[in-house]
Design a protein around this ligand. Structure first.
Ligand SMILES: *Cc1c(COP(=O)(O)O)cnc(C)c1O
Length: 365
């Protein structure tokens, strides 16, 4: 079986280093907010050329705490994409704010910046773009709109660690960049984890308070916070992996190039990479008129595939119940019907890529 992602191969390549890093934490017994979390925060801030990074429990909390640190409150509207993982808009609803969905452009699967201004109202407080599948959103246009309308920008970088837009890392454009270290992400722990990067001292201080029960001085609490700390064991593992992230992202880009040059059919649309963007291929996602036939053909040859995402968020039951919207966002709905993602992880080998590409080329999709 060729899986969507094979975490064992990566672990076995790094086993002695990772086991030693975990062993050190167990010996030191400083399990919460210890030296590895501090060091990882410094290393990830430096990686992004920013002064601050704050570790949190997961990528969902990274978004939630970032929105709170940006002052998002009940009744505020946050503009985002409907074509993403639920967490992106779920956190908005958890603050009793309202996610306002703007349709996507099908070539990158990201929010169509040209349609954002049409959705701005007097209640709009922030834009929450997602760099989906590892392809940067259109940050020049988004930042220009945000500046003109005095909106905060929180970037969902859960799938795009290391991606670049016009030579700049994603997560460094807005007020906060939010990362997930869920085990299948490009930079991933062996459990849950997340991080927020920011250039603003005030935001970083606010995030550190929020993640620790609304407290900056022990046992003195000045607001309602969360227990949302990055685990020391995860941080130790992530520090080992951070040293390889660029080489892994390069490998993903080579695999994407190999898929592109060996999948030969006109009725399957391959993922694009816009000029000035460095895509990091968290997923390699095609569009096919008959993606179910393609999935079956792959399955018959013992090759995994997956549909990210079958239901756009404006059509999810949870949001239909909450907001009763009957809005149509045609590009998102079309992509939800047509997308299919192929196996993608840095250790995928030439022979496997060829086998996968052969099935895609010859399937009845
Ligand atoms: C994974 C993911 C999240 C949430 O991250 P968790 O660490 O699983 O909480 C948020 N947004 C997107 C786009 C994701 O892919």
């Amino acid at each position: 079986m060729i899986p969507m992602v094979d975490l064992k191969r990566q672990y076995h390549g790094l086993k002695s280093e990772i086991d030693a890093a975990v062993g050190d934490v167990l010996e030191q017994t400083h399990f919460i907010l210890g030296p590895n979390v501090n060091a990882l925060e410094e290393e990830i801030a430096a990686y992004h050329g920013l002064p601050y990074a704050v570790g949190v429990a997961n990528g969902t909390d990274a978004l939630l705490l970032a929105l709170r640190a940006c002052g998002i409150e009940a009744g505020d509207e946050v503009i985002t994409t409907p074509f993403t993982f639920i967490a992106t808009a779920e956190v908005v609803a958890r603050l009793n704010a309202v996610p306002v969905f703007v349709d996507i452009r099908p070539d990158t699967f990201n929010i169509d910046a040209g349609q954002i201004e049409g959705k701005i109202t007097s209640r709009t407080k922030a834009i929450l773009p997602v760099h989906l599948f590892g392809h940067p959103a259109d940050m020049d246009a988004i930042m220009a709109i945000a500046e003109q309308h005095h909106l905060k920008v929180v970037e969902d970088c859960a799938q795009s660690f290391g991606a670049e837009y016009r030579g700049r890392k994603v997560g460094t454009f807005g007020d906060a960049g939010c990362f997930s270290f869920f085990p299948s992400k490009n930079l991933a722990g062996f459990g849950d984890g997340g991080m927020v990067v920011t250039k603003e001292e005030e935001t970083a201080a606010q995030l550190k308070t929020l993640r620790n029960h609304g407290s900056s001085v022990r046992y003195h609490h000045h607001e309602v916070g969360y227990n949302s700390r990055l685990d020391e064991i995860q941080a130790a593992i992530l520090r080992v992996k951070l040293r390889r992230i660029d080489q892994w992202n390069d490998a993903r880009r080579r695999i994407a190039a190999a898929y592109r040059s060996s999948i030969a059919r006109k009725d399957v649309i391959l993922p694009g990479e816009l000029n000035g963007c460095r895509h990091v291929y968290h997923q390699f996602t095609l569009r096919a008129g008959n993606r179910d036939a393609l999935a079956r053909a792959l399955q018959e040859k013992n090759i995994a595939s997956a549909v990210y995402y079958p239901v756009p968020l404006h059509r999810q039951e949870v949001f239909l119940k909450l907001f009763r919207s009957s809005e149509k966002l045609p590009q998102s709905e079309m992509c939800a019907r047509e997308v299919i993602s192929l196996p993608m992880f840095p250790e995928l080998d030439q022979e496997e890529i060829r086998r996968i590409a052969d099935v895609v080329t010859s399937s009845p999709a």
